[in-house]
Ligand binder design. Structure first.
Ligand code: CP
Ligand code: NVA
Length: 303
């Protein structure tokens, strides 16, 4: 049996494949209004497992399947046997007999691996504690729609080295841009990820000083200080306060720099209202592109 075309993490892909998926996503987006692809995934079904809450991922995957002629089913852990201890391996075996692909959002990357190991249909990572590759596909698409190729550009991250930040590291290597992460020392990414980036020839650096990361950047990105499952501790808030993206920080980047955030955002924490609601922010385009990027991913997985 051939291995299914899983979409697990960007580091597992070569650049050409990721580029192909994005080109496809762009084509599907361009034809979106004409409904020309309304039968592309006719008769196909996607199971969506959500062990964590979601707005964008759930809505965009469900509508992507609907608009391409397919069907989606929602499984939450509280309303499926996962909540009563059925293993991911058994869930994978069973769902593979019913559906054509499985998307999962989980708090534990190991469950993603377990699902993918035992599924005979493609598995898509809809966010884990370690990564969020679908978000990055939408983000690269969004940057390039506004500013052209991201290759050779400088992206600055300021804040917690979250699951999304880790996927930015993967993306920097795979799409060929410079990534400067500014994070407090206790919240910096671990050395295995940075060693991987270096071993792949990536230009990824980490600093404690946001002003160094953001200087002359083409794009500034941040994420919540309290990712799902992380305790709302005051010490973390204090550590992250100097990393809040405000107008003064944006002024250090290039004058035409963009601002991105995967959302949901907290205007009193990681970013000010003036920045996220300001002229440099493209957060709503990012959210929209989740739909189109994931159509590209689904079309590739189910090709
Ligand atoms: N950005 C993102 O994945 O949003 P949701 O948590 O709403 O799916
Ligand atoms: N880092 C955030 C991303 C939400 C889409 C979280 O894991 O909660």
């Amino acid at each position: 049996m051939t291995t299914p075309l899983h979409f697990l993490d960007l580091d597992r892909f070569d650049r050409a494949t990721l580029r192909r998926i994005l080109v496809r996503a762009g084509e599907l987006k361009a034809r979106h209004k004409t409904r020309a692809d309304a039968a592309l995934l006719e008769g196909r079904a996607l199971a969506m497992i959500f062990e964590r809450p979601s707005t964008r991922t759930r809505v965009s995957f469900e509508l992507a399947m609907l608009q391409l002629g397919g069907h989606s089913l929602l499984l939450t852990d509280s309303e499926s046997q996962l909540g009563r201890g059925e293993t991911m391996a058994d869930t994978a075996r069973v769902l593979s007999r019913y559906v054509d692909a499985i998307m999962i959002r989980t708090s534990d990357q190991r469950k993603l691996w377990e699902l993918a190991e035992h599924a005979t249909v493609p598995v898509i990572n809809g966010l884990t504690d370690q990564s969020h590759p679908c978000q990055l596909m939408a983000d690269i698409m969004t940057y390039e729609e506004h500013r052209g190729s991201i290759e050779g550009r400088t992206v600055a991250w300021s804040g917690d080295a979250s699951n999304v930040a880790r996927s930015w590291v993967h993306a920097a290597v795979r799409f060929g841009f410079r990534l400067r992460l500014a994070c407090p020392l206790p919240l910096q990414p671990g050395s295995p990820l940075l060693d991987w980036a270096r071993s792949e020839g990536g230009d990824v650096t980490v600093t404690e000083r946001p002003e160094l990361a953001v200087a002359d950047a083409d794009l500034v990105v941040t994420d919540t200080w309290f990712s799902m499952g992380i305790e709302q501790a005051e010490v973390r808030q204090t550590q992250l306060l100097p990393y809040r993206v405000d107008e003064a920080m944006m002024a250090l980047a290039k004058p035409d720099a963009l601002f991105m955030h995967c959302l949901p955002a907290h205007r009193d924490q990681e970013v000010t209202a003036a920045v996220i609601d300001g002229a440099q922010s493209v957060v709503w385009d990012e959210a929209e592109n989740r739909l189109h990027a994931q159509k590209g991913i689904l079309a590739w997985c189910l090709s």
